[in-house]
Design a protein around this ligand. Structure first.
Ligand code: GAL
Length: 999
C-alpha cells in the first residue's frame, strides 16, 4: 500500500517522481500484525532481579564491548573481532544499527551484502557472545545524522518526538530491522538478549514538553509489534531518572552511560579532580532498585574531531590505568551489565561519519582499528573481565558505602561488596587521581577467622599512583577457601586432579594470600617454582607472603591447590580460551603470547587456535587432558612435554613470511581531470534543477529564491557541486556566498574556467561567508558559476527539539553584485542518483558529487586507457581544481597471516588540499591536508584484495590558485601477525560499468 501522510508528502512525491518510482515514508503502525499486548510476559529466558540478569535461570554478568559491524564492511572479518572480544573474557557485545545505511531512500529498506545482519548474529553465536541490539532509530554514535538518513531533513515536525510525520518516517525501518533482529533473539536460538530503544533520551531544549512518554511508548510499541520480545534496556547519558521502570517510560531495565574523563585528549596525563563517579550506587538505589546496576555505555576511549589530537593521545588518556581506577570503581558499585564504548571502533568509511570526526574511529579502544590486540589496555581488560567471570559471588554481593576505615591509611578508600562469606574490597586512592605511592594495611573481615589486618607477615601493601585493587576474603576456589588475598585474582579452575589459582600483583608489590586448609598434612605448602615466598601456618590456614617480581612463583598445597603468583605483566600472557559456540568461560588456563582465540579438547587431543607475533612458548597450566597425545596450534601438531601435574609445555613457532608491497611512487598512474564543469563546452543540461521554491526543511530559513539545501534534492554525502547560471550586465564586481558543509569543510568557486576563490576550512568552522572579487564580465553574455562544497556528513541530533540534524548542507545565501538573487538559476548535484544511489553494494553514502564519482571511475577497472599517464598524485595539479589519479597493482600476500596495511600520507608542507582515497571503489579515507590530524588510513583485507588486483583512486581537490600535490603516499604494513583466523572473503569489489545518464 502506498501511504501518503500529508500534503507535504504528496509534494515530495511529485517532486521526486522523475527519479523515484514510489516513495512511501513508512506505514501506519496499525497495519502491522500485532502479536503483542502491553503487559504480557513475552518470554522467560531473559529475566532479572535487582542484582543481575538471568539467562535460562542462571545468573549472568554481562561484560560487554561496543562494536559497530557497519564500521567494517567486510563481514568475513566480523568473527575475528568477536573472537578477540571473547578472548578478553567478555560474553556480550552491544551493536548500534545505522538506519542511514539501510534506508537511503524513504521506503527503500535494504540489508543485503555487507549491510546484512544475519552473518553478524551467526558469528556472535559461534563466538559465544550475547548481543545487546541498539537499532535506534536514533543512535548518535558519531555517524552522519546520528543515524538519521538525510531525507529526514524533509520530514516536517520534531525529530525524536511523537510527531506523526517523524513516527511514520521511522515505521518502515523499525519494522524491517526488527524482523531481522527478532529472528536472532535468544527465544529463537540466536544471541540477542536485550534491546535498547532510542538512545540517551534525556536532553531537550528549554520549554520542550519532556520527557515525552507518549513518544517513548510508541517507540517501544513499534519494536514489540514487530516481534521484539527480549527485555528493553535504557541508556540515559547520565542518571537523569526519566527512562526508568517506575516512570511512565516503563522500561524493563534501567541503565545509564558514563564518560567521566570526557573527550579532550589534548592532555592525556591529566585526570582532573572530581571526575571519578562517586554517587552511582546511591543513585541506582534511588532510580531503579529493582533492576541490575547497568552501565550501558561506559567510556572505553574517546572520539576525536577534525584537527584533533589523534587517537594515540586518546589511548594514553584512556589507558590501562584508566581501566584499573574507573572500571574497578564501577565494580565497587555493583555493575553487572557493563558495556564498554568502544571496544573496537573501526572506520568511518564511505562518508558514514558525522562532521565531528574524521575517517578513523579507532577510539583508542582495546582492539585497535586494524583489529590488533597489542595495546596494554586490552590485556588489563582481560584480567578484569576474566576475574569477574571467575567470581560468581560478585553478582550477589551487597554494596555498602565506601570508607577509609578499612585500611590503616586515610589516603586509601575501600568500597566493600559483601556476602555472608565472600567479600570484595574495591580499593583505590581516596583522592582518585593521586600519583602517590601509599602504604597501607587492609582490615579484612572473615567468616571463620574474624577481623584480620593484612599483611600479617611482612611490611605493608602498596598502591602505586593511578591504580586500584580488588582484594578478597573468603573467596572460594572450587573446594578451597581463600581466607584472603591482597593479590588480585585472574582466574581459577577446579580439575579432577588439581585446582589452579592464578593471582597477580603490580610490579614489586608486597602481597599476602591465605588458604584455608585443615586437611591432613596441611601446613606443608611448598614453593615448587621461583623463590622468595614466605609460607607460615596460622590456625586453620596457610599464609603466603611475597613480593611480585618478574620471576614467576608457584606454590602447591598438599591438598592439590596450585597457586601461581604472577607479576601483572606476566599475567597479561595468560588466557582462558573458550570452546567455540559456548557462552561460558573455557576450562583451560594457557600461558601464551599475543592471542589465544579458542581451545577444543577431543579425547587426548587438544587444539588451540591463536595468533603469534613472535615465536612463543606455550604452557597449559590447567585443563589439558592427562596423557595428552596431540597438541595442535592452528591445526599443526607441536612437540610438547607434559609433566606429572599435567602441565603441558611447547613452543609455537613464528615463521617470518616474505611479503611484497607495491611502491606507490613507482607504479604507473593514470590521470583524469575531475572538474570538467569549468570547461566552456561542459553542459549541465541533465543535472537536477535546484528550483524548489520552498524548502522542505522546517527548521532552517531559506534565504535564496529557490532552496539550495542539498537535502531537498536528495543529496546527502561526500561533496556537492552547484552551477549558477546568469546573464551578465557588467556590474558583477563581487560574489558573496555563504556555504555550509560541517566542521572542516571547504568550498571552491569558479566563474566559467576562472578560479574565483576558496574557503580552505579549519577544524571548527561549519559555514563560511566569502566575498570574492569577480573579473570584468561582458554585458549580455551568459556565465556560469561552479561551486564545489565539501559535505562532512550531517550533524547529530542529540538535543530533542533542536533538530540539529536538519542543519542544511549547501548554499545558504549569496549576493551577486548588480543582480537580484533570482537572476541566478541553479543546478545541483551530489552523488549520482541521490537517494536512488547507483552502487547498491557499497550503500547510499559511499559516493559524492565529483565527476569521477558520478561516472563511477573510483570503482575497479575504470575505462582509463584514454587517460593521461602520470607519475601519480605526487605530480599533483597545477591550478585550483579537482583531479583523479588511478592505479592498480597486484597483491599476493601470504596465507595464514594478518598483515594490516595503511595508506600513509606525508604532511610536511602547508597547502590546502583534500584527498579522497578509494580502494576498489570503497572510500576509505577523507584526508584534509590543512586540517588533519589523520595521515595514516588503514584499509582492511577484504577491501584490499590480498590475492588479486587492486584499484586505488585518489581524488585531489586543490583549493589554492597554484594547485597542490600530494607530498607522498605509501602503502605500509602495520604488523605481521601469524593467525589461526582463516581466510578472509573479499567484500563485493564490483567493477566499473558505464553508468547510464551519468553526467
Ligand atoms: C554517547 C552516545 C554514543 C556516542 C558516545 C560518544 O553519549 O550514546 O552514541 O556518541 O556518546 O562516543
Amino acid at each position: 500500500m502506498l501511504f501518503s501522510f500529508s500534503a507535504l508528502q504528496a509534494l515530495l512525491l511529485a517532486f521526486f517522481a522523475v527519479r523515484t518510482a514510489s516513495i512511501a515514508i513508512g506505514r501506519n503502525p496499525n497495519d502491522w500484525i500485532a502479536p503483542y499486548k502491553r503487559g504480557e510476559v513475552l518470554q522467560d529466558i531473559v529475566t532479572w532481579d535487582d542484582k543481575s540478569i538471568f539467562i535460562n535461570g542462571e545468573r549472568v554478568l554481562l561484560f560487554s564491548g561496543e562494536i559497530h559491524p557497519f564500521r567494517l564492511p567486510v563481514p568475513s572479518l566480523w568473527p575475528d573481532i568477536l573472537q578477540k572480544i571473547k578472548a578478553l573474557g567478555y560474553n556480550c557485545v552491544s551493536v548500534y544499527i545505522d538506519w542511514a545505511l539501510h534506508e537511503g531512500k524513504p521506503g527503500d529498506f535494504s540489508a543485503e551484502g555487507v549491510f546484512a545482519w544475519e552473518p553478524f548474529f551467526d558469528a556472535a553465536k559461534e563466538a559465544g557472545i550475547y548481543v545487546l541490539a541498539r537499532p535506534g532509530p536514533y543512535i548518535n554514535a558519531e555517524v552522519s545524522g546520528g543515524g538519521f538518513p538525510g531525507w529526514l531533513q524533509r520530514v516536517p515536525g520534531v525529530l525524536r518526538d511523537n510527531d506523526t510525520a517523524y513516527m511514520e518516517a521511522t515505521n518502515n525501518y523499525v519494522q524491517k530491522i526488527s524482523e531481522i533482529v527478532a529472528k536472532a533473539q535468544i527465544t529463537n536460538g540466536g544471541p540477542v538478549i536485550l534491546l535498547q530503544p532510542e538512545n540517551e533520551y534525556q536532553s531537550f531544549i528549554d520549554g520542550f514538553p519532556f520527557p515525552n512518554f507518549n513518544y517513548w511508548d510508541q517507540v517501544k510499541d513499534q519494536y514489540r509489534k514487530a516481534g521484539i520480545v527480549v527485555p528493553f534496556i535504557s541508556n540515559e547519558a547520565y542518571p537523569a531518572g526519566y527512562i526508568t521502570p517506575t516512570t511512565e517510560a516503563d522500561i524493563d531495565i534501567y541503565g545509564h552511560d558514563g564518560y567521566p574523563l570526557g573527550f579532550d585528549c589534548a592532555n592525556p596525563t591529566v585526570w582532573p579532580d572530581g571526575k571519578l563517579p562517586s554517587d552511582w550506587w546511591n543513585t541506582h538505589l534511588r532510580l531503579a532498585p529493582s533492576t541490575p546496576f547497568s552501565l550501558v555505555e561506559f567510556q572505553g576511549g574517546a572520539f576525536d574531531p577534525w584537527g584533533g589530537n589523534g587517537f594515540d593521545k586518546c589511548l594514553s588518556l584512556l589507558n590501562q590505568e584508566f581501566e584499573r581506577v574507573f572500571y574497578k570503581n564501577n565494580y565497587g558499585y555493583g555493575v553487572t551489565i557493563f558495556n564498554i564504548y568502544m571496544t573496537w571502533g573501526g572506520t568511518n568509511w564511505g562518508n558514514l561519519g558525522h562532521p565531528g570526526g574524521y575517517t578513523s574511529y579507532d577510539y583508542g579502544a582495546v582492539v585497535d582499528e586494524m583489529r590488533l590486540v597489542n595495546r596494554e589496555k586490552y590485556s588489563e581488560a582481560k584480567l578484569e573481565a576474566t576475574f569477574l567471570h571467575s567470581s560468581p559471588a560478585y553478582l550477589v554481593a551487597d554494596r555498602i558505602n565506601g570508607s577509609t576505615s578499612w585500611t590503616t591509611s586515610p589516603d586509601i578508600i575501600v568500597f566493600p561488596a559483601t556476602t555472608e562469606t565472600t567479600k570484595f574490597y574495591f580499593t583505590r586512592h581516596t583522592k582518585y587521581n593521586s600519583l602517590d605511592s601509599t602504604s597501607y594495611k587492609l582490615h579484612v573481615s572473615t567468616a571463620s577467622y574474624g577481623n584480620i589486618t593484612i599483611p600479617q607477615l611482612n611490611n605493608s601493601l602498596s598502591l602505586n599512583g593511578r591504580d586500584a585493587k580488588v582484594h578478597v576474603s573468603d573467596y572460594s576456589v572450587g573446594d578451597f577457601n581463600i581466607v584472603y588475598s591482597s593479590a588480585e585474582v585472574y582466574t581459577w579452575k577446579k580439575y579432577n586432579e588439581k585446582t589452579v589459582l592464578v593471582v597477580y600483583g603490580g610490579p614489586n608489590e608486597q602481597h599476602e594470600l591465605a588458604i584455608e586448609d585443615t586437611s591432613e598434612g596441611y601446613g606443608s605448602a611448598e614453593t615448587i617454582e621461583g623463590s622468595g615466598v614466605a609460607i607460615a601456618q596460622k590456625t586453620g590456614y596457610t599464609v603466603l607472603n611475597w613480593a611480585t617480581s618478574s620471576e614467576r612463583k608457584v606454590v602447591k598445597t598438599p591438598s592439590g591447590l596450585y597457586v601461581y603468583l604472577l607479576d601483572r605483566n606476566e599475567a597479561y600472557n595468560y588466557w582462558v580460551p573458550a570452546t567455540p559456540a559456548s557462552y561460558g568461560q573455557g576450562s583451560l588456563i594457557v600461558k601464551a603470547g599475543y592471542l589465544i582465540r579458542s581451545a577444543v579438547t577431543d579425547g587426548t587431543t587438544l587444539s588451540l587456535i591463536g595468533d603469534l607475533n613472535v615465536t612463543t612458548p606455550i604452557e597449559i597450566i590447567g585443563g589439558a587432558p592427562q596423557g595428552l597425545t596431540d597438541l595442535q596450534f592452528n591445526g599443526e601438531s607441536l612437540d610438547f612435554k607434559q609433566d606429572d601435574a599435567g602441565v603441558v609445555t611447547a613452543t609455537a613457532e613464528f615463521k617470518k613470511p616474505t611479503i611484497s608491497i607495491p611502491d606507490l611512487g613507482a607504479v604507473e598512474w593514470k590521470y583524469i581531470d575531475s572538474l570538467p564543469e569549468i570547461k566552456a563546452d561542459y553542459s549541465d543540461e541533465t543535472w537536477p534543477d535546484a528550483d524548489l521554491e520552498k524548502t522542505y526543511n522546517d527548521k532552517y530559513e531559506q534565504l535564496t529564491p529557490t532552496s539550495l539545501f542539498a537535502g531537498d534534492y536528495s543529496f546527502h554525502s561526500g561533496s556537492l557541486v552547484f552551477r549558477g547560471h546568469f546573464k551578465a550586465n557588467g556590474q558583477e564586481s563581487s560574489l558573496t556566498i555563504n556555504t555550509q558543509g560541517g566542521s572542516a569543510y571547504g568550498h571552491s568557486i569558479w566563474l566559467g574556467d576562472k578560479f574565483v576563490g576558496s574557503w580552505e576550512g579549519n577544524d571548527v568552522t561549519t559555514n563560511y561567508t566569502s566575498t570574492n572579487t569577480l573579473p570584468n564580465l561582458s554585458s549580455g553574455q551568459d556565465y556560469v558559476l561552479t561551486v564545489v562544497i565539501d559535505h562532512m556528513g550531517y550533524d547529530e541530533n542529540y538535543v530533542v527539539g533542536e533538530d540539529e540534524m536538519k542543519t542544511p548542507r549547501g548554499i545558504l545565501d549569496y549576493t551577486l553584485s548588480g543582480h537580484d538573487k533570482s537572476d541566478v538559476t541553479w543546478k545541483i548535484t551530489g552523488n549520482l542518483g541521490g537517494e536512488d544511489y547507483v552502487d547498491r553494494a557499497r550503500g547510499p553514502l559511499n559516493e559524492g558529487a565529483l565527476f569521477v564519482e558520478r561516472q563511477g571511475y573510483h570503482l575497479p577497472a575504470p575505462p582509463a586507457d584514454d587517460w593521461e599517464t602520470s607519475e601519480g598524485p605526487t605530480t599533483g595539479i597545477s591550478a585550483a581544481g579537482v583531479g583523479f589519479f588511478s592505479t592498480s597493482f597486484d597483491l599476493d600476500m601470504p596465507d595464514g597471516y594478518d598483515i594490516p596495511l595503511s595508506f600513509v600520507f606525508t604532511n610536511e608542507t602547508e597547502s590546502a588540499y583534500r584527498v579522497q582515497l578509494f580502494v576498489n571503489g570503497w572510500q576509505f579515507g577523507k584526508y584534509v591536508h590543512n586540517v588533519g590530524p589523520q595521515r595514516s588510513f588503514p584499509v582492511p583485507e577484504g577491501i584490499l584484495d590480498y590475492h588479486g588486483t587492486n584499484w586505488v583512486g585518489l581524488s585531489l581537490w586543490a583549493l589554492e590558485a597554484d594547485g597542490a600535490k600530494v607530498e607522498k603516499v605509501e602503502l605500509v604494513p602495520q604488523a605481521v601477525i601469524q593467525t589461526g583466523f582463516g581466510k578472509v572473503e573479499n567484500a563485493p569489489l564490483t567493477k566499473w560499468e558505464k553508468r547510464e545518464g551519468a553526467y
